[in-house]
Every structure is written in structure tokens, then in C-alpha cells.
Ligand binder design. Structure first.
Ligand SMILES: C[S@@+](CC[C@H](N)C(=O)[O-])C[C@H]1O[C@@H](n2cnc3c(N)ncnc32)[C@H](O)[C@@H]1O
Length: 314
């Protein structure tokens, strides 16, 4: 799993630049254009939240959990709709930013949220965090599926029968290097520039401690026996557009942003990983989506009733 240091590297170092570029409640997961790229980024992010609301039910009287809540965009939407939202993140900067906006957010591992600690929920959402739950080391050690299964079991423990879990995640795509040919040592050493493996290695620098599921099938298999998959929609093309919009906003010059970037200069000078992660001049995740090394899914799960309950209904 990506630990707190890894998550701080990805999200806390750049916290102020991201908030200045994308707004205080920065929405940092793929937006929902449904192929209509005349929409603004903000409209497409709103459409995503409306979709989540439609799928899991967001509104007055509903208590919802956001696993990996980022800067709190979904929690703010839940509040706006009269619901009660609780979020967890591993980024200290995100925690502070969310709390400044009066959001109920905790520095807590999403994989270990229990009913005893947080109470019960009507529904759970997680957008863009599942990508961090398994590390390359976990994958190498054969722990990937167990990690996902444990997460689903935990989430099931928070929900009533038929409760829903909206899960939005990147996955490895159909052109990913075959599983049995992946050489994680070579990825660490940096493969030839421009190759598929090089792009995957760059992603590894930007998101240390993170490794992706092999397609939505692997995720759906791990969700059993607790959840059935209700729907799965690819958001790959929408994500390519989202990243273009992010890059334009983050790249737009401003005096304040230049000062913030200057403060990161010591990191840039002393850390090769930092340079590769943030200043390689290549948008690795966008290219990976274009080459279909990556795909992206909006998955809706429904908790299966206990066998006793089903027997009772029958
Ligand atoms: C790409 S951001 C997505 C943020 C937000 N869901 C959104 O849509 O804007 C990933 C988030 O997952 C969180 N995260 C990753 N691993 C986590 C873990 N094990 N426990 C809690 N949060 C985690 C990060 O802290 C970050 O907030």
C-alpha cells in the first residue's frame, strides 16, 4: 500500500499549487464528459457527482463515507444535498484543507475503516484512491487480490444489505505488459525512454507505493462474495480530456504559483524521483490512457444479502 510518506509525496507537496489551479475543493479524479468535450471541466465534474448520487443515493438523511476523499469535492456535494459525509485521506495537507472547509475528515487508512470506529453508513464511495491500496511489493509478493478482498469485506461491514459502493478506479488496460512479463526491478531502474515500460515506470515515480488492478474483472472477482457488480462504464476517453484540462490549469502561470514552485526547488535539485514525477515534461498517465496501457472504470457494487436473509425472502 502507498503509505503516508508516499501519499504526502504525491498530494501534499503539491497541495497549494493544486488548490490554486483547480480550486479549494480540487476535484482530482476523472470527470464525466460522456464524450461531450464541449462541457467545461467543472460541468463534467458536476456530472460525475450527479452520477454518483444517482447510483448510491445522496440526499437528506443519508450518511455516506468517502474513502480517499482528497480535497473534499464529493463531501462538499453531499453537504450541499443535505446528506452527511465522512471522509478519510492519508494526506496531511488534504486533511487540513478539508477541515478548513468544515468537512468531517480523518487521517485514517481507508482499508481499515470499521463500523466500531466510524459507525454504519448508507453508502460508500471511493474515487481515485483504490489505485493506492496495493503496492508493487504487494503485487510481487502475491498479496494483491487479498488486499482487495479484505477491502470489500470491510466496506461490506459498514453497509446494510443492498447498500451500494461506488468505486472509480484506474486499472491496467488491454495493452499493459502481460502480467507474467512484468519486471518490477527493471521498472525501478527506468526502461528505455518512450517505451511502454518507461511510461509505467514514470507513473511509479509519480505515485510511489501504488500498483493497479488488472482490469475491472480482477476487481469484480475480489468483490465477491460480498458484492455484486451492478454496472461498469469505462471513463478512459473522459480521463484523457480531464488530464488535458488539469495540465492547462496547472501550467497556467501566476505569480503566486511561481513562488510556490520556487519553494519546491530544493526538492527538485536533490531528488531524481521528484524531477521524474513532476517535471519529466511528459504526461505519463495521459499517454498510458492513449496507448491503452491504462483504462478507467466507474463501478457500482451492491452488497449481497446474507444467505439467511435471502432464504427468508424466498
Ligand atoms: C487521486 S486522489 C482522489 C481524491 C478524491 N477522491 C477526488 O475525487 O478528488 C486519491 C486520494 O486517495 C487517498 N488515499 C490513498 N490511499 C489511501 C489510504 N490507504 N487511505 C486513505 N486515503 C487514501 C489520498 O490521500 C487522496 O486523497
Amino acid at each position: 500500500m502507498a503509505d503516508r510518506n508516499d501519499i504526502d509525496f504525491t498530494y501534499s507537496l503539491t497541495d497549494r499549487v493544486i488548490r490554486l489551479s483547480l480550486g479549494e475543493l480540487a476535484d482530482f479524479s476523472g470527470a464525466k464528459y460522456d464524450g461531450d468535450f464541449s462541457l467545461s471541466l467543472e460541468q463534467a465534474q458536476r456530472r460525475k457527482h450527479d452520477y454518483v448520487a444517482e447510483q448510491i443515493g445522496i440526499g437528506p438523511g443519508r450518511r455516506l463515507l468517502d474513502l480517499g476523499c482528497g480535497w473534499g469535492p464529493l463531501l462538499a456535494y453531499i453537504r450541499e444535498r443535505g446528506g452527511v459525509g465522512v471522509g478519510v485521506t492519508l494526506s496531511s495537507a488534504q486533511l487540513e484543507a478539508c477541515r478548513r472547509h468544515g468537512l468531517d475528515v480523518h487521517l485514517h487508512d481507508a482499508r481499515e475503516v470499521t463500523r466500531e470506529r466510524f459507525g454504519a453508513f448508507d453508502a460508500v464511495a471511493s474515487l481515485g484512491a483504490f489505485e493506492h491500496f496495493c503496492s508493487p511489493e504487494d503485487f510481487e509478493a502475491g498479496r494483491q487480490e487479498q488486499i482487495y478482498s479484505d477491502l470489500f469485506a470491510n466496506v461490506a461491514g459498514l453497509l446494510p444489505d443492498a447498500g451500494r459502493f461506488y468505486l472509480q478506479t484506474m486499472v491496467f488496460g488491454r495493452n499493459m505488459i502481460p502480467r507474467d512479463q512484468i519486471d518490477t526491478e527493471a521498472l525501478r531502474a527506468l526502461p528505455p525512454k518512450g517505451s511502454d515500460a518507461w511510461l509505467i515506470a514514470l507513473l511509479g515515480r509519480q505515485f510511489p507505493g501504488s500498483w493497479l488492478p488488472f482490469g475491472k474483472e480482477q476487481v469484480a472477482a475480489c468483490a465477491q462474495p460480498h458484492f455484486r457488480l451492478v454496472s461498469a462504464v469505462s471513463g478512459r476517453l473522459d480521463y484523457i480530456e480531464t488530464i488535458s484540462q488539469w495540465n492547462a490549469r496547472i501550467g497556467a502561470r501566476s505569480f503566486k504559483k511561481s513562488l510556490l514552485k520556487l519553494r519546491l526547488l530544493p526538492r527538485w535539485l536533490t531528488s531524481a524521483d521528484f524531477r521524474l514525477a513532476f517535471t519529466s515534461g511528459v504526461s505519463a498517465n495521459q499517454l498510458c490512457f492513449q496507448r491503452e496501457l491504462l483504462d478507467h472504470y466507474r463501478l457500482v457494487f451492491e452488497k449481497c444479502g446474507s444467505p439467511e436473509a435471502s432464504a427468508g425472502v424466498a
